[in-house]
Every structure is written in structure tokens, then in C-alpha cells.
Design a protein around this ligand. Structure first.
Ligand SMILES: Nc1ncnc2c1ncn2[C@@H]1O[C@H](COP(=O)(O)OP(=O)(O)OP(=O)(O)O)[C@@H](O)[C@H]1O
Length: 757
């Protein structure tokens, strides 16, 4: 038997032995879970038996409350430990089938013995709880595996740097406890394992990459010191993967201090949210908070205002023929993405501090209770040294007091008496109960007409005043939109002493027209919400400690500055690729720029190797860029991309044939990528008559395997076994080159382009 075969046998033996130990651990934990869950069941069943309820005196009430609280805490504690045990068992079950993926033999400097370190998705100790049979991939020592080939190596621990020599680095593929592959890496890092992993079919859910994290990705994952970590990585270089592994790493490294509630990921669209949803749970961690920037803006703007989404803006830009209006909109989009425009808003707020603040009348039954002029007068009567949010708060308190006075006055009015006639029986009963509650009334009937009328008019008036006060508390008396529109007034910038931005007159006119329509355009959405926040003095998200922004090149400098203000206690990780910037505001020069940080607080990591696509696909897609020469392909063979030029009427039939062929070849996820949603819909109606295919739209939140049709910008961040580009001739403008590049780089194994020219 060769050495290699003997090694394999040894390793296989170890896998079985460890598998058995893991099973024993699972059994013992399962027993424990049974006990905890039956405890919890018992507590629930006898909850009220064990609580002493006595409401006679204050002391008794306090004791009752304490007793309930104690029972509830006991129950909560059991439920929590049951959840934790369940999660542990789930992870161990995964570990049992594939206990580890790597091994390094390491001899620490000054020590005589070398240790074999096996690395898996979580740690596992022997029965005595003394020796690590498996190390968590996030343990300090595990970084040896990712950072070094055999030879001199070192790793950092909280206590300092440990140096030594790595004598072996081994990678395993283990499925169902069977050793299916084993590779020793020599001086150069072997990539057999990567070949294996990347050669597989694409999935509708992103996979974890723990077994094959590359050195430069490991730097991103384990970075702890930078306040701002910028990852500029080419398409398919593992930015999103590294971000998710980084979240898992941080949760491990700061266990007990940091939880998934303290981490927030901004993703490009709702579909992407579900695409990445399984990575962390598979590693035994809870998912972070996740949202899209649009969702966040909507939440901040409030339900009353409708914001255009970025995709609608993009559709306009991609579908509209160039014209004066189009040009003005492009300039408007560009200006409103800049820090210069943020400064204009700040100057405007300063001006509003002394003049021009707009309010809305507070009305009761279509008549003004407090007019906007009265509100303005009151607002400007406060000391101008008090900040706008504080003055607004004072005004709010004043309004509420005024409304209470007005309510009393209203109660005596005739309209109230009239409305009392229309009250329901239940309203009488409620009013009576209320009186009894207040102990103003002893018998069981109304015996005093005046008292009865007083109560009932209170019922009527309250019904009107409650929503008014609620609106006041939600700042409904401030005319945000009016003020934002006013900013684009003719003489406004003169008043603020601000220099005119380029094409200001065109932008101004267009903005007023747009803002007077039913929704706020996407370019105005962030400036508007920022403006609104500044007036209300909204609270920031202080509990978020780590903010991740994927596809960060698509955020304007204004948006990034806004996010930075919103998350003041948070470290930021920005992941992006300037070549995939698809919005009009994505400028190369200031992509992913965040101001206000010292140089030593930020770090930029550049990833140039693309893992997603085969070498022929990468070699082709890099030619689409002006500066694509730095992109390196991971050496994975595959078919050359194809370009098929057909007559218009043959386009759809040819694509249908191609999809069928790709299915026959066994590809599971096949995407026909169109430029826009409008084009996708058209193609869908034509193809779906002959072939089952699904259409992905901006609201789609999940996708399944099988052929789909998708607009280019929604395919951001995700990948497919095979990609068909519907009509390459559609990407004629230079500005659409990046969109085309983004679409082509979604392909893992096959890329086919179709054109009518
Ligand atoms: N170290 C790795 N080991 C295995 N697979 C990897 C590794 N790095 C990246 N990949 C794979 O490469 C593909 C692309 O990764 P990912 O989506 O994270 O890249 P990205 O840089 O975010 O791409 P894009 O910007 O194009 O959306 C995924 O299938 C991912 O699993």
C-alpha cells in the first residue's frame, strides 16, 4: 500500500471515530433538550398555580407582579436554552457528516511536539473537554490554513503572535462521513478543492466558502481594526461571500458582546436578501439584520409619501430617448448625488432657522384650528439659538396643549350635540362604564342629564381630536414637501449665499415639476429624507456595530454620507466593483468614498481574481472594460462564450432552442438576461408560449432553479450556471457598458450572446 493510501486509510478511520463521538454528543444533548423542553412544558402548564395572585393592597400587588415576573423569567430561560441546544444539535448533525475540511500540522517555535489541527465549521472537543478534535475555522490558529503554504507560518492571538513551522497542509472533501477527496498542498497552494467547488452547479442560494477561503479574502474576514473597510473586487471575486464569512467571524470573535442584532447588511434588492439567507444558518449563526436602501428610505419617509424606487429611475434612463428633459434629469441625478448638494441642504436648514419654515394648518372638520401662520409665528418666537429639532419639539408641546384647550371649547358646540344623536348603543354603554370607573357615578343608570351629555360629548370630540393629536406627534403639521420644493425656488440659492451649481436653472425647473407629481423621484429621495431627518432630529441607530453595504459602488457619495451619520457607532464594510456601477450617479472618481475619517482608520483591499466564471468567460468579459487587464481568471476550463447574430424574427426561436439545449446538458439555473424590465416582459410573453420559464420582477423575493428571464440590474450579485444575453445590440450607449458587463459576469459555466446586428 502506498503512503498516500495509508494516509487516506488513517484519515478515514479518524473521520469514523470522530463521527461516533459527535453522535454521542448529539445523543447526550438530545436528552438534555428533552429535559429542558419538558421543564418548559411543566412551567407553562402550572404557570398560574405557582403564582400568588393577590391584589388587595399595594404590597400584595407588588408581590403578585414579582411572582409573575419570576415565573416568566424561568420560562424564558428554559426556552432560550432549548433554542440554543437545538441550534447546537443542528450544527453537530452537519458536522457529523462532514466534520472538517482542512488540516495543518504545526510546530510552535520552541516546542518539541507538533500538533495536528483539524478545521471545521465549529469546534469539537473530546469527552474530557480538554483537547480540540476539531477547531472552529474562525479560531486564531485556523488562520494558518488560510494564510500560509507549508513552511514558516504565524498567527495572531489576543495574547500575541505565535510563530512556528507548518509541516503539512491538507484539504478534505468529506460527504456522509466518507472521505471523497484529499489533497496535500505543496509550497504553492493547491486549487483542486476550489476546482471541485467551483465546477458544481450554481444554486438558488449562496454557499458558504469556509473550506476554500483565499488569503486575500481572509484579510477581509478577519479585519478588526479598520473603522472603514473598503473592498474593491472584480466581478465574482467573492466580495459578498467574504462579507458573510466576516459576519460569521465577528459573531464568533465577539461572542457575548456582539449579536446578529448588532449587524446590518444593506443589499441591492429583495431577491438578493433571500439568495444569501442560508449562509449564516448553515454555519450555525443567526442571520444579521438585512434591508435594502429603498426599504430603509421608505421607512424613514413615512407611509404618507411615495418614493420612486431606483429601478424605475433606471428604467426611465434606459428606455428614454435622449432629449432636453432627459439631459436635465441626468444632470439633476448627478447633482443630487453629491456632497455639494448635501451642503446646499445644510445651508438651506440654516436659512430655515430664521425664515421660510412651512407648516400645514391643523384642521378640525375642514376648518382650521391652528393656522400655518400661527404655527410659523410661534416657531419663530422661540430663541433662534435653539436648534430646529428642539424648537419643533417645543412647538409640538405647545400645539398639544392648545388642542386640549380647543377640545374643551369644541365640546360645547352645536355640531357635537348633533353628533351625539348618532352615537351607537355601545358608545353609551362605554361612556357609562367610564363614569363608573371614575367613581363619579354610583347607580346603574344615568340620572343626571348634564353629566350624561358631558360624557357623550367627550366621546364625540375625542373621536375627532385623537387622530389630530396623533398626526401632530408624527410631525404632520410640518410641510416637508413644500419646504423641499421651496429649495428650488428662483432666488433661494442667492438668499443662502451659495454658488449656483452647473445647470441649476434646468435642474430647478425639472425638480419643481417632478415634486409636484404623485411621487418623489429616486434622486430626490435621499436628499428629502435627509432633510426631514434633520428637522425632526431623528434618532440614529446606535445599537448597530457593524454595517455592511454590498454593491456599494451603486451608492452616491450623498447616500454614503447619510448612512454614515445614521450609524454613528458602527464600523463600515463597503463591498463594490466600480465596473459594475449601474446608476447614473456612479462616478468612478468618488465611488465608495466616505468622508470624515482619518487615513489610519480606513483600509482598502483589492480583489482581482474572479472565481465565479470559467477562464474563457472571464477572458471575454474583461475585454468589455477599458481597464480590464488587471482581472485574473481562476484557472477553470469551460466552453468559449458564443455570439449568435440572427435576424430579428429568429431571435426568440434561437434562444428557446438554446435554453432547451442547456437544460439537456444538465444546467440547473439558466437566465435569459434582458436589459430592462420592459424588455424582459416582452421576451417573457414570447418565450413562455413555447417553454416553461419564469419572469423575475423587482418585487420577486425568491427564485427557484430552472430557466428564468430577468432584467440586467436585478441579476446583480447573483449567479447562474448559464447566461443568455437576449440582445447585445440593446446596450449601445457607452454608459450601458457596465450594465452589460454586470450581466455577462453572472455566468458560471456558459455564456451565450445573441444579437440582431
Ligand atoms: N474562496 C472561495 N472558495 C470557493 N468559492 C468562492 C470563493 N470565493 C468566491 N467563490 C465563489 O465565487 C462566486 C462569486 O462570489 P461572490 O458572489 O461572493 O462574488 P462577488 O465579488 O460578490 O461578485 P459580484 O460582484 O459579481 O456580484 C460564488 O459562487 C462564490 O461561492
Amino acid at each position: 500500500m502506498s503512503n498516500e493510501q495509508m494516509d487516506k486509510q488513517e484519515e478515514q478511520k479518524r473521520i469514523y471515530t470522530i463521527g461516533m463521538e459527535i453522535q454521542q454528543k448529539i445523543d447526550s444533548l438530545s436528552q438534555h433538550v428533552k429535559k429542558v423542553s419538558s421543564d418548559a412544558f411543566e412551567i407553562r402548564k402550572t404557570f398560574w398555580d405557582d403564582v400568588k395572585v393577590n391584589m388587595d393592597g399595594q404590597d400584595d400587588i407588588d408581590e403578585t407582579f414579582f411572582s409573575i415576573k419570576q415565573q416568566a423569567e424561568l420560562l424564558l430561560e428554559r426556552e432560550r436554552s432549548q433554542n440554543q441546544l437545538d441550534r447546537q444539535i443542528k450544527t453537530l448533525n452537519r458536522l457529523k457528516h462532514s466534520p472538517y475540511f482542512g488540516r495543518v500540522d504545526f510546530k510552535e517555535m520552541g516546542e518539541s511536539l507538533q500538533e495536528s489541527i483539524y478545521i471545521g465549521i465549529t469546534s469539537f472537543l473530546d469527552k474530557e473537554n480538554e483537547n480540540f478534535l476539531i477547531y472552529d475555522w474562525r479560531a486564531p490558529i485556523s488562520s494558518l490554513y488560510y494564510d500560509y503554504p507549508p513552511g514558516e507560518a504565524r498567527y495572531t492571538t489576543p495574547e500575541g503572535i505565535i510563530e512556528g513551522e507548518m509541516t503539512l497542509k491538507r484539504q478534505f472533501i468529506i460527504r456522509n462521513s466518507e472521505l471523497q477527496g484529499m489533497f496535500d498542498t505543496g509550497v504553492t497552494i493547491g486549487d483542486q478543492m476550489l476546482q471541485e467547488v467551483l465546477g458544481n452547479s450554481a444554486n438558488t442560494q449562496m454557499k458558504s466558502i469556509v473550506a476554500t477561503i483565499q488569503k486575500e479574502q481572509n484579510q477581509i474576514i478577519r479585519n478588526e481594526k479598520s473603522k472603514l473597510l473598503i473592498v474593491q473586487g472584480v466581478a465574482g471575486s467573492g466580495k459578498t461571500s467574504a462579507a458573510l464569512q466576516r459576519i460569521a467571524y465577528l459573531l464568533y470573535r465577539y461572542r457575548g458582546i456582539l449579536s446578529s442584532q448588532n449587524i446590518m447588511l444593506f443589499s441591492p434588492n429583495p431577491l438578493f436578501n433571500s439568495y444569501v439567507a442560508t449562509v449564516l444558518p448553515e454555519l450555525g449563526e443567526e442571520n444579521m439584520q438585512q434591508t435594502t436602501f429603498q426599504e430603509y428610505l421608505n421607512h424613514r419617509a413615512g407611509r404618507a409619501l411615495k418614493l420612486e424606487d431606483p429601478f424605475t429611475q433606471l428604467e426611465y434612463l434606459l428606455n428614454t430617448k435622449e432629449s432636453c428633459e432627459y439631459e436635465s434629469r441626468v444632470r439633476s441625478i448627478q447633482l443630487k448625488s453629491t456632497i455639494q448638494f448635501k451642503d446646499i441642504i445644510d445651508s438651506y436648514l440654516q436659512l430655515l432657522s430664521t425664515e421660510g419654515f412651512l407648516f400645514r394648518d391643523i384642521k378640525l372638520r375642514s376648518k382650521s384650528l391652528i393656522t400655518k401662520e400661527q404655527l410659523s409665528e410661534k416657531f419663530y418666537s422661540f430663541d433662534t439659538n435653539i436648534s430646529i429639532p428642539n424648537r419643533i419639539q417645543l412647538l409640538q408641546e405647545w400645539i398639544v396643549k392648545e388642542l386640549k384647550k380647543r377640545k374643551k371649547l369644541e365640546k360645547r358646540k352645536d355640531w357635537v350635540k348633533e353628533e351625539i344623536q348618532f352615537l351607537e348603543k355601545e358608545d353609551y354603554a362605554d361612556a357609562f362604564k367610564k363614569l363608573q370607573g371614575e367613581k363619579r357615578f354610583k347607580d346603574d343608570t344615568f340620572d343626571d342629564f348634564a353629566q350624561e351629555e358631558g360624557i357623550l360629548s367627550e366621546v364625540v370630540v375625542s373621536r375627532y381630536f385623537k387622530p389630530i393629536i396623533k398626526r401632530v406627534r408624527a410631525f404632520g403639521f410640518i410641510h416637508y414637501l413644500g419646504m423641499y420644493i421651496q429649495l428650488f425656488g428662483e432666488k433661494m440659492l442667492d438668499k443662502m449665499n451659495v454658488p449656483f451649481p452647473e445647470s441649476w436653472d434646468d435642474i430647478r425647473q425639472l425638480s419643481i415639476d417632478q415634486l409636484n407629481s404623485s411621487e418623489i423621484s429616486y434622486e430626490d429621495a435621499t436628499p428629502f429624507v435627509y432633510f426631514k431627518d434633520k428637522i425632526e432630529g431623528r434618532k440614529t441607530h446606535s445599537s448597530i456595530r457593524h454595517l455592511f453595504i454590498d454593491e456599494a459602488q451603486d451608492y452616491s457619495p450623498f447616500q454614503l454620507a447619510y448612512l454614515k451619520q445614521l450609524f454613528p457607532n458602527s464600523k463600515m464594510t463597503l463591498l463594490g466593483d466600480i465596473n459594475q456601477g449601474i446608476y447614473m450617479h456612479s462616478h468612478k472618481e468618488d465611488a465608495m468614498a466616505v468622508n470624515g475619517l482619518e487615513e489610519d482608520e480606513k483600509e482598502t483591499i483589492v480583489l482581482t481574481r474572479s472565481y465565479r466564471s470559467t477562464r474563457p468567460i472571464v477572458e471575454y468579459t474583461k475585454t468589455l472594460l477599458k481597464d480590464g487587464h488587471h482581472i485574473e481568471a481562476f484557472n477553470r476550463d469551460g466552453e468559449e462564450p458564443t455570439l449568435t447574430v440572427v435576424k430579428e424574427e429568429h431571435l426568440i426561436p434561437s434562444i428557446i432552442e438554446k435554453v432547451k439545449e442547456l437544460k439537456r446538458k444538465g444546467h440547473e439555473t439558466i437566465a435569459v438576461i434582458c436589459k430592462t424590465a420592459a424588455e424582459s416582459y416582452k421576451v417573457f410573453t414570447e418565450i413562455s408560449e413555447n417553454l416553461p420559464i419564469r419572469l423575475m420582477e423587482k418585487g420577486t423575493v425568491t427564485f427557484e432553479s430552472g430557466p428564468i428571464i430577468i432584467p440586467s440590474y436585478l441579476a446583480k450579485g447573483i449567479e447562474f450556471d448559464a447566461v443568455i444575453i437576449y440582445n447585445t445590440s440593446a446596450y449601445g450607449k457607452d454608459s450601458e457598458r457596465r450594465l452589460f458587463y454586470t450581466a455577462c459576469t453572472r455566468a458560471m459555466h456558459e455564456l451565450h450572446l445573441y444579437s440582431t446586428e
